[in-house]
Design a protein around this ligand. Structure first.
Ligand code: ZN
Length: 1194
């Protein structure tokens, strides 16, 4: 690269050289004389020039002695920007001196720098290549580097040397210009296009004047002053991949590198904190860069964007296997995940496994473009400076249509393509696989080998891990098609509306994380801001020509409006960008702030989602989501949050009803910390919001959680269940129903004050996440908490306005007239109060049913609840009278119908019976029975958490799950709930009328419930309809497995036996002619599971497992195998028929009418938050000791 590497004669001792590292006298040319003299003297007398070199050179001698630290080989720790040319040059001296100084000069794509020696890490000066306007030869092997207002003169050793330098510089300038022609970097004239994370003045020890310091990306740049910063001429920059910062005292902090310590002092403690934070951010960025990006950049083609050629691309498409720049990445996203799966080299660290990195080294941009860009006409090629629309067109053509690809010779011949793919994946020829897939070979084609039926399986068999990785990443990739429809729903492809606005805004430096603290007024700087042509630019003042920075509307992902007075400015708003930056703006005037928010929103929200702009919002933006049953692919949707309403516009659907966050059944976070998914479950809807971008996701997460919490003290401001009952009331009532109905003096006895208070506090905070458990909460504490909550309601349950009319009504003498007055008054209550009154009275009605045991008859309850509900002192009995009347006339006042009442009774009876049984067997159970039910198959995304009331049947559960996931039931869809026993490898379709709760209690930890279609049901129903009688007999293969005390005693293999099944029992005969049955079981006590575990080596795959529990709770199991599937279905159908008296499947009308269970009194199906799984498991485990004891009692 260079001709002269040897150091110059060391004319000055090293310490002195170090001391003058930043003596700026020399770099100023021409008219800046005053400054330089001053600067030159500024360091005199400061020991060691203020740098802490001595201790460092002691501790790090090897580093100091090493060759130029920035010239190391590629792949080393620091060189990210390749050096174009480096060598010794004479630099013209500062004014007044004629002695040229030898300088080590280095040129890379972005900077021309010179150093005291080739051993120095930090330059004396750097000049942004973007700022060089001209390079000129000036005789005597000299040349000048001319910027807008500075000229730097250098002298080479020879004319050849000078020519080389000038050529290198001119080429770097030309490239820089091409890259930046239309980009902000060029307009700004500042180094790099990146906005500083923080910039401002800082004292640096050893310097008389403050320096202007900018933290940009992974670098800390030092400038003499703000002016030089704008000119792009700086002192040096510090690569933070080797940096470390720590505070020294209140205002000072050290930036330590292996080569130097930079001791800074800020103006205030707060500023010091901010500088530390910004520099730590730069370190984090540098480290993340060096980990993945540098490894991937080790392959030369990967150092430039595969699409536009921009250097240092830090994004990638993991299925196309190309490395791309941020701008191209934005457009790749627009293509959809079916074409390109975009990941960041820096931020999505988890994605980058060793295998994937290796794949990028082997395929990457080289192979990728040899295939995808084999025929790009020059007129259609992209430049780093190409406009977004050009970029979009090019990328559509390149990847969606495959317009420029190299056609495989087998193109068009599907069969041959598939064959070739199956062959290629077993080799190391990844490029061939890429070409075949890109030309239409079927990724899931059948290989013809049952052992390894797919290309992926073949690759695995052949041990080709890279092939496997490539295939996996392309599982859902669409084959490019020239005629492919351009998806209309891609909102980012839609031209954004043009909005113009301008004015002064106060702005803070952008941040890489959420703003937790109040930003003081002093932290904002006044900026002239202009919104126009899809760009928000901010300027030093209204006369400035070049902006300090800009935010593209297409890069804005979220706009948030914090509550007034959150920061030093009364009104603020936050702008989040695709690149995970957060900009905070402030204003005095509410009106102006509102106007800005409106304009910015208009500028980045596409017409598709403009409905969201119709109302005020606290947060607005786009997020990847999954919804409905199509959980395969995340799409990007538009969301707005106002109050507790979350509105969403999905690209492929009609405008959705807003989600009522306070009425959510579940709000939880799934996934690990790097891959979070926010799950929102509303009745009939489940929405998954994915945390693909961290920063704005965290903002949404906090805002949604806050909006889903109770807002205030009135009833309707609480978290609500789906019957409009506050969750807090529901939780308590449900717990008392489950555990306290028979507790003596329930509601009269007081709980412990401290416990009651603590409980009430946590319920008020987030009732949805509170799970009351027997053993942990005493019923009296819970009952007291409920009473306290009702008594403290600011407006009361019956409202201040109407309270008196209720009390007056209690004095009406005529009973009938009084009841109708109550009915009248009830209608006048706000809906939430009305629903709560009903739920509460219904509950008290149940409580008094057990007055024999709990001693709480209607009168006693009225004495307690009258003053509580009416918030009176209890001096007269009017309030008590109302409560008494409401309980006594419960059925009439609340129009409770027979069915509702019957259900309620059934439920209560079941609960009490179960409790008695539980007490008898010494087990306790939790107040809530939460069950995880899967839809179609067991995996995280199909999980549903559902509360199982005692009365719930398998059919109700099935419908509830389908309903919640919005699955329509078609004719001949026999949706059924199955109990799956993983250990036994067997499953049992529950009978539609079977109660779920006892089954749930019997489930072991290796069992689960899944709702899916019963594939054999139609055949079974046909069979049953075609035959007469309810018996079946025939030969089956039989094996016994007696489990006593958990000891499995295997008893040989399968043997032929003759069976007779009739309406009362199943009999087993040794052979057809036997007279006396060998065994006999009552049919109704059998549980029949489809399937036999493989370990037992069943002779056919048409087997079933029969479980029988004896009187002594001895569990016995048999395995039966049929010769054909039809036979199995016939046996199974007959079992169902005799066990359920001929009712095998509900008649269709009943199914339809029950599709939406209207009333489920006392069993409002609230699904508590996740996290209760383990608790449930524990409660289930407690039952498994005696699994079937409950079954008999219910
Ligand atoms: Zn690019």
């Amino acid at each position: 690269m260079t001709k002269k590497e040897e150091p110059p004669p060391s004319r000055v001792p090293r310490a002195v050289r170090v001391a003058s590292l930043l003596s700026e006298g020399e770099e100023l040319s021409g008219d800046d004389r005053g400054d330089e003299e001053e600067d030159d003297h500024a360091y005199e007398g400061v020991p060691n020039g203020g740098w802490h070199t001595s201790s460092l050179s002691l501790s790090l001698p090897s580093t100091i002695a090493a060759p130029h630290p920035m010239d190391g080989p590629p792949g080393g720790s620091t060189p990210i920007t390749p050096v174009i040319k480096a060598g010794w040059l004479d630099k013209n001296p500062p004014q007044g001196s004629y002695i040229y100084q030898k300088r080590w000069v280095r040129l890379d794509t972005d900077h021309l720098r010179y150093f005291d020696s080739n051993k120095d890490a930090y330059s004396k000066r750097f000049i942004s290549v973007a700022c060089i306007s001209h390079v000129a030869a000036i005789g005597d092997q000299k040349f000048e580097v001319i910027t807008n207002n500075r000229t730097f003169a250098f002298r080479a050793e020879s004319d050849v040397e000078r020519k080389e330098w000038m050529q290198a510089l001119q080429q770097a300038m030309a490239e820089q210009r091409a890259r930046a022609r239309l980009s902000s970097a060029y307009l700004l004239g500042v180094p790099g296009s990146e906005q500083p994370d923080r910039a401002g003045s800082l004292e640096l020890r050893g310097f008389k004047n403050k320096l202007y310091v900018a933290v940009v990306g992974d670098k800390v740049q030092l400038y003499k002053n703000l002016e030089e910063y704008h000119l792009g001429i700086g002192i040096t920059f510090i690569d933070m991949s080797v940096g470390n910062v720590k505070e020294v005292d209140r205002r000072s902090f050290d930036l330590t590198t292996p080569y130097r310590i930079f001791s800074f002092s800020a103006d205030s403690e707060l500023e010091k904190e901010q500088w530390l934070e910004a520099m730590q951010g730069a370190i984090a960025e540098a480290l993340s860069t060096s980990e993945v990006a540098e490894r991937i950049w080790a392959a030369a083609p990967n150092r430039f964007c595969a699409d536009c050629g921009a250097p240092q691309p830090d994004w990638a498409s993991i299925n196309l296997c190309v490395v791309i720049c941020k701008r191209c990445a934005g457009e790749h996203r627009g293509l959809g995940a079916g074409v390109s799966k975009v990941r960041s080299l820096k931020m999505d660290r988890k994605v980058w496994t060793e295998t994937l990195i290796e794949l990028f080294l082997q395929l990457g941009n080289g192979a990728g473009n040899r295939f995808w860009a084999a025929n790009v006409p020059p007129s259609e090629a992209l430049q780093p400076s190409s406009s977004p629309s050009t970029r979009r067109c090019h990328l559509e053509a390149k990847y969606r249509e495959g317009k420029y690809r190299r056609y495989h010779p087998l193109f068009g011949n599907q069969e041959e393509l598939d064959k070739a793919l199956c062959a290629a994946v077993t080799t190391t020829d990844l490029a061939e696989t890429q070409a075949l897939l890109g030309c239409g070979a079927g990724i899931n084609c059948f290989s013809g080998d049952p052992e390894a039926p797919t290309p992926l399986a073949l690759a695995e068999q052949a041990g080709q891990t890279l092939q496997m990785e490539f295939l996996r990443n392309n599982r859902t990739t669409e084959v490019p098609r020239l005629d492919s429809m351009k998806p209309l729903e891609k909102h980012y492809s839609v031209v954004l509306p043009t909005v113009s606005h301008s004015g002064f805004l106060y702005k803070t430096a952008s941040a890489g994380k959420l703003l937790q603290d109040r930003r003081a007024r002093e932290e904002f700087s006044r900026r002239w801001c202009v919104l126009g042509d899809g760009v928000l630019s901010y300027f030093e003042n209204e006369r400035a020509v070049t902006p300090n920075g800009e935010i593209r509307a297409s890069e804005i992902v979220c706009l948030a409006v914090p509550p007034p007075d959150t920061h030093g400015f009364e009104h603020t708003f936050e702008v989040y960008t695709e690149g995970e930056r957060l900009y905070l703006f402030g204003l005095e005037s509410a009106e102006q702030a509102h106007e800005w928010v409106k304009c910015i929103a208009k500028a980045f929200v596409p017409p598709l989602a403009e409905d969201l702009l119709a109302r005020d919002f606290e947060r607005l933006g786009r997020l990847p989501y999954k919804a409905g049953l199509s959980l395969q692919r995340a799409q990007e949707g538009w969301f707005s949050l106002s109050g507790s309403e979350l509105r969403a516009v999905f690209p492929d659907g009609p405008c959705e009803e807003p989600l009522q966050l306070r009425k959510l059944q579940e709000l939880s976070i799934q996934g690990d910390s790097e891959n979070q998914v926010l799950v929102l479950v509303e009745r009939r809807r489940t929405l998954y919001i994915q945390g693909e971008r961290r920063l704005d996701f965290m903002g949404w997460l906090g805002a949604i959680q806050k909006a889903a919490a109770s807002m205030g003290d009135t009833l309707s401001e609480q978290q609500l269940g789906d019957s409009d009952i506050p969750v807090i009331v529901y939780r308590c009532v449900d717990y008392i129903t489950q555990c306290g109905l028979t507790s003596e003096g329930i509601y009269r006895k007081c709980g412990q004050t401290s416990k009651t208070q603590r409980l009430l506090e946590s319920l008020r905070q987030d009732a949805r996440s509170v799970h009351l458990k027997e053993g942990e909460q005493h019923v009296d504490d819970v009952s007291s908490a409920l009473k306290r909550f009702l008594r403290d309601l600011p407006d009361g349950l019956f409202t201040r306005a109407q309270r008196l009319t209720w009390l007056e009504a209690s004095e009406i003498e005529d009973e009938e007239e009084k009841v109708s007055r109550y009915r009248e008054l009830l209608v006048r209550l706000p809906p939430v109060n009305r629903a709560t009154v009903k739920a509460l009275i219904s509950h008290l009605y149940c409580v008094q049913c057990f007055s024999d045991t709990n001693q709480m008859n209607v009168h006693n309850l009225a004495i307690v609840f009258g003053p509580t509900l009416f918030q009176t002192d209890g001096q007269d009995y009017k309030a008590g009278r109302v409560v008494e009347d409401l309980i006594n006339h419960y059925v009439v006042v609340f129009s409770v119908d027979e069915e509702e009442l019957r259900k309620q009774r059934e439920e209560i009876t079941a609960i009490v019976k179960m409790r008695v049984a539980g007490t008898a067997s010494g087990t306790q159970h939790a107040g809530d029975f939460i069950c995880t039910v899967y839809l179609e198959e067991k995996k995280a995304e199909t999980e549903q958490h559902i509360k199982i009331p005692a009365s719930m049947t398998a059919e109700e559960l099935t419908l509830e799950i389908l309903d919640r996931r919005n699955v329509g039931i078609r004719e001949k869809d026999y949706w059924t709930c199955f109990e799956v026993n993983e250990r036994e490898e067997a499953e049992r379709p529950l009978h539609f009328a079977e109660k779920v709760l006892p089954i749930l209690h019997g489930l072991g930890t290796d069992s689960h419930l899944v709702v899916k279609k019963h594939q054999a049901m139609e055949a079974m129903l046909l069979y049953l309809a075609s035959r007469v009688g309810d018996t079946k007999h025939g030969m089956m293969k039989f094996r016994e497995d007696r489990s006593l005390l958990g000891l499995g005693l295997p008893s040989g293999g399968f043997h032929d036996r003759y069976f007779i099944l009739n309406s009362s029992c199943l009999r087993l005969y040794k052979e057809v002619r036997s007279h006396r049955p060998e065994k006999e079981w009552p049919v109704k006590s059998l549980k029949v599971y489809l399937g036999v575990k493989k370990k037992l080596r069943p002779p056919t795959c048409w087997g079933f497992t029969v479980v029988h529990e004896t009187e002594k709770h001895e569990k016995q199991q048999w395995y039966l195998c049929c010769d054909t599937q039809m036979e199995l279905r016939e046996w199974f159908a007959t079992f169902l028929f005799v066990q359920h008296d001929g009712l095998v499947w509900p008649s269709e009308p009943s199914r339809v009418s029950r599709a939406v269970p209207e009333v489920r009194l006392g069993s409002v199906s609230l699904i508590p938050l996740r996290g209760s799984e383990n608790e449930m498991r524990r409660s289930v485990a407690a039952f498994t000791a005696d699994p079937l004891s409950l079954l008999r009692n219910v």
